[in-house]
Design a protein around this ligand. Structure first.
Ligand code: AMP
Ligand code: MG
Length: 350
């Protein structure tokens, strides 16, 4: 067990000493919890094989599941990637810093352990002033997956990161709660038609406005059958799972609320839209935000999945948003938590 140092950084320009101390942990090969706009990450020097190996150990993460390399601006792309298509620069111009990870061909200076042995690398410029300042100060790219123990919901605040990582890593930088709340959107730019590998904080519709056609990887919408290999290795693992089994109910929100009410058992937990939180007497209900407010739902979805673990619920029902905008990412996280156990009631008035 190691002592995990906590840094509180609200103003990177005024707190140069704290930024330097955090950057020093990265530079010397340590592990640092970092705030980003999506979720908290578990960062290390992405060029240091030993440091990156420690990320996998601290999380209990399978070695074939690659990490995302975080850079402070687009000018660093050519250091770690080659054969960069013009589309990458168009996307960076429009969406960086922001919740978009691009898959590109890697250069040989990026170690195998960072990319899970792939000849591509996932790369992103996060939109968080504290973490940008730390990467700038460290002058190395920071490899970081989400800061949870493998299989647990991603942390959206420093306290969640402490729950999972206290005693396992050198430090955690508390930069406030995450503004987006779900991980980055991952787009593969190494195929003839750009391919969405993971829906996330940047909506698919926004990508299509810049790129035109975008294919959607099968792992995004359906469970994989045995032996199938998704292009984003992380998509094959059971994820975000609370201890109690989850059932996701899709369709018109009045119908899904009624269905859940009729199927309540003892000790049932419900993840419900704000409009319906009063409809489940005797249950532990987690408010996901208003039906129309997908930004709020994204910020709350992991919190909802995490909080049931401190209760005695034995089953969880979740109302699910429609799949436009951020809804695609929210629905994907709920369905993965449910192992794709979904009841679809359909849309529209009855
Ligand atoms: P996390 O940030 O914990 O969600 O982990 C990073 C995600 O990025 C995982 O789902 C990985 O499978 C995915 N990823 C990282 N690098 C690549 C790559 N080169 N090709 C495909 N997926 C990647
Ligand atoms: Mg993760």
């Amino acid at each position: 067990r190691m002592k995990t140092q906590i840094f509180h950084i609200t103003d990177p320009a005024a707190q140069r000493e704290e930024i330097e101390a955090a950057a020093e942990i990265i530079r010397r090969g340590g592990l640092l919890g970092i705030p980003t706009e999506t979720v908290y990450g578990l960062g290390a020097n992405g060029l240091n094989t030993e440091a990156v190996t420690h990320i996998f150990e601290a999380k209990g993460r399978p070695q074939d599941n690659p990490l995302i390399l975080h850079i402070p601006d687009v000018s660093w792309l050519t250091r770690y990637c080659r054969n960069i298509p013009p589309a990458a620069y168009r996307l960076a111009e429009r969406f960086w810093p922001g919740p978009l990870t691009m898959i590109l061909q890697r250069r040989s200076n990026v170690p195998n352990v960072t990319t899970g042995g792939l000849d591509t690398v996932g790369i992103r410029c996060p939109n968080h002033p504290v973490t940008l300042a730390i990467i700038e100060a460290a002058q190395v790219p920071v490899a970081a997956p989400s800061g949870n123990l493998s299989g647990r919901p991603s942390p959206t605040c420093a306290r969640h990161m402490e729950e999972d990582m206290d005693g396992r890593i050198d430090g955690i930088v508390d930069g406030g709660p995450c503004g987006v709340g779900v991980e980055s959107t991952i787009i593969d730019l190494t195929c003839p038609v750009p391919r969405l590998l993971r829906p996330g904080g940047l909506p698919l519709e926004s990508l299509r406005k810049v790129l035109g056609e975008v294919a959607v990887d099968k792992a995004v919408v359906a469970p994989l059958s045995a032996g199938e290999r998704p292009k984003a290795p992380g998509m094959k693992y059971r994820h975000y799972a609370p201890k109690a089994p989850v059932t996701v109910v899709t369709g018109d929100s009045r119908r899904t609320a009624r269905y859940i009410r009729r199927n309540l058992g003892e000790h049932t937990g419900v993840i419900a839209f704000s409009e319906y939180v009063g409809d489940f007497p005797g249950c532990i209900v987690h408010d996901m935000g208003s039906v129309q407010d997908k930004g709020e739902q994204a910020r709350r979805v992991f919190d909802a999945l995490r909080t049931f673990d401190d209760t005695d619920v034995t089953a969880i029902f979740a109302q699910c948003p429609s799949e436009d905008g951020l809804g695609l990412a929210i629905a994907n996280r709920l369905k993965k938590a449910a192992g794709f156990q979904v009841v679809d009631l359909g849309e529209g008035e009855e």
